[in-house]
Design a protein around this ligand. Structure first.
Ligand SMILES: NC(=O)c1ccc[n+]([C@@H]2O[C@H](COP(=O)([O-])OP(=O)(O)OC[C@H]3O[C@@H](n4cnc5c(N)ncnc54)[C@H](O)[C@@H]3O)[C@@H](O)[C@H]2O)c1
Length: 315
């Protein structure tokens, strides 16, 4: 099996490459990544000699053509992924997340693949006060980021219906773990705490997220790849919901720092209050999350403490 992992130098993509090398040593892996600010070759450094790495853009037909040689499966992680950046500058989000997905789907149509897996997000459903979203619920994105991801999901569904392309979609909740770029909540909080700086929390800190350890997401994507049905969407979440303020407190406790470091800052416009997923469908495929949030935070804090070489140059 020869896999093309687009966006494989980013946070989840690079963890997924490592996960697949460990669990499917017979697979050949090609990574196509533009190496934007968020994609870093350092994320793959210890495995670069056993994968094929191509620096290129999913929006560029020639780059995609080069990467597609003899490919059986595409897993598309490539995206602009930071909500705050999408509010400041939406254009790259529309380009990569929507147009880039379109170019990959077109390449699948042209060259043929056994499967195409689109990595999407719970943010496409929007916010929910009570209960959880099912895969069949309508899309109601709030930010340019989540709207561009929703657009990509709809294109994927259309390519399945119109051309019979074997497309599968995973929609996961918030990931955390090693190699996450220090602009996302958890690495920001850990690094600020390590520097004894104020930990910025949006609004009153009561926004709720369901936190998924990145390795659990990798195993979910693998199960969808092995057992999922074409044309289907799979929600992936740990059902481990935490308020942002409690996430900050847990990190401070882990690092033996005072809660007085927490400071509240002006809320993000259109800030979704709560995300929550019904994950019965992927659990029916046999998937279970293995890492509880308290344990995952301990591992993640330790990783940032032990890997200053990775984050110091970019903070
Ligand atoms: N991080 C999360 O909590 C989360 C949750 C749900 C879904 N997702 C989705 O998972 C995927 C990966 O997220 P992440 O957190 O690892 O993101 P990331 O920002 O860390 O990585 C994105 C990667 O895509 C690459 N890239 C960007 N534009 C590209 C282009 N035009 N061509 C080729 N490569 C390009 C970047 O260089 C980077 O390596 C995204 O599609 C995101 O929407 C993320």
């Amino acid at each position: 099996m020869r896999l093309l992992i687009t966006g494989g130098a980013g946070f989840i993509g690079s963890n997924f490459v490592r996960y697949m090398l460990k669990n499917h040593p017979n697979y050949e892996i090609v990574v196509l990544d533009k190496l934007t600010y968020a994609g870093r070759i350092e994320n793959l450094q210890e495995i670069l000699d056993i994968i094929e790495f191509i620096r290129g853009d999913i929006c560029n037909e020639e780059d995609v053509k080069k990467a597609m040689k003899d490919i059986d499966v595409i897993i598309n992680f490539a995206a602009e992924s930071h909500v705050d950046r999408s509010i400041d500058t939406p254009e790259p989000f529309i380009k990569t997340d929507v147009f880039g997905t379109f170019k990959l789907l077109e390449a699948c149509r042209k060259y043929g693949v056994e499967k195409y897996v689109q990595i999407s997000t719970d943010e496409v459903y929007g916010s929910i006060i009570k209960g959880s979203f099912k895969e069949t619920d309508p899309l109601d994105p709030s930010s340019p980021y989540s709207a561009s991801k929703a657009g990509a999901d709809l294109l994927c569904k259309a390519y399945y219906k119109t051309y019979g392309l074997p497309v599968l979609i995973t929609r996961s909740s918030n990931n955390y773990g090693p190699f996450q770029y220090p602009e996302k909540l958890i690495p920001v909080l850990i690094i600020k705490a390590l520097h004894n700086q104020f930990l910025p929390i949006y609004g009153d800190g009561t926004n709720v997220r369901d936190w998924l350890y990145v390795e659990d997401n990798c195993s979910a994507i693998d199960i969808v790849l092995q057992k999922g049905k074409s044309g289907e969407i799979y929600n992936v979440g740990a059902n481990d919901e935490w308020r942002n303020i409690d996430v900050a407190k847990l990190i401070l406790k882990e690092l033996n720092k005072p809660e007085s470091l927490i400071t509240f800052v002006e809320d993000r416009p259109g800030h979704d209050y709560r995300y929550s997923l019904d994950t019965a469908k992927i659990r029916d495929l046999g998937w279970r999350p293995r890492v509880k949030f308290e344990d995952g935070i301990r591992k993640t804090v330790r990783w940032y403490v032990e890997n200053r070489w990775w984050w110091e140059p970019i903070t």
